[in-house]
Write a protein that binds this ligand. Sequence first.
Ligand code: ZN
Length: 441
Amino acid sequence: MGELIFRGGTIVTLADDHTVTDGDLAIRDGVIAQVGGAYTPTSHDYQIVDAAGCVVMPGLVQAHVHTCQTLARGKADDLELLDWLEKVVWPYEGALDGPAMAASARLAMAELLLGGTTAILDMGSVHHTDEVFAAAEVAGIRATIGKAMMDAPDPRIPAGLRETTTASLAESDRLADRWHGAADGRLRYAYAPRFVLSCTDELLAEVGRRARTRGLLVHTHASENKGEIAAVEARYGKRNLLALHDLGISGPHVCVAHCVHLSEAEIALLAEHGTHVLHCPSSNLKLASGVASVPELMARGVSVALGADGAPCNNNLDGFLELRLAAVLHKPRVGPRALPAPAAVRLATRAGAIALGLADTVGALVPGMKGDVIAVDLTGPHVTPTTNPWSALAYACRASDVRHVAVDGKLLVSDRTLLTMDLAEVLRGARHHAQRVFDRL
Ligand SMILES: [Zn+2]
């Protein structure tokens, strides 16, 4: 694979000591070899990218996205969660075929990579998850993907998404067999029961068992919306996270999106078992769900990571937008030191790697870790003058400031140009298939 050198930037390592240093960041055979100072290539097989005026940092990790929903951008505005699902998102997902799913995933991954997101935890739809993996394989993004599991006999779920418990588990296992560990470990599988209300108890309990046996993540949603929580309480007579825990779904391999409305017992449970909370501030605001108590959860020792959720509830997949929003959103309630800039930047990078079980692999620039690295241009008028890179990254930078992106030491974006896919073709395909899917609806 040779060597990739980010030359002459300000390196924000996100290592434990929060080191910031100047110089070169060198990746050799996909792995970080040197951080700072001047690097001399050790062979003739090397590539140098100019990082002058840039912060060089770990790629952003978005621990909750739906790349399958991207074609529904702008189609489900101004609705609350349960209406949003029933009126638009479920019918849309039910109408996706293989080519439309591929177009949606490719569009999402183009946006994510160009905006500096190098790793995702992605919930697919019920069908066509192979197309999502295939898109990630080509795009070069690090992706942990799971098919959405929806076996509840609920008439609100459209026919195109209904599945039996047996079929849901069998398809999940088949996808895990085919894709977990593919592309040199860059692609992984996660069981993804959509949320308690879309699943039977039998399915949830079986997911809890199989995830532990196979050493796979569980990715789900919980406690996002008050109507959802009331429906869960009506079914179980207990709070959402307690119901999941009693079905065997909690622990450091479990990633739960939202957790906006939690009881004291649920917070204690998250902290005790190491279950990860995936904070999606734009989505929670736009769906009128509420504001998760992120600084309070972190103070209690709960692991929190960040994600943009999906295009129909955000409407971007911009990791910098989520980072800035997470940094400012909690200040009115908790105070100006609620989530200081370095803590917010850590939330968007290292914390995501921890939630994905990749803490030793990505999320910090340390020799021996994988070369998932971005260079963020700090010379734009909206960032100038810059004396503090943490402040720039948390409060001023945008996705469009991302100049270079590498995953596994392979350059995927160079000078803001996507190298792994033809962006014009991705955009054309997205428009074409979006039109086709919504015409069918
Ligand atoms: Zn979601």
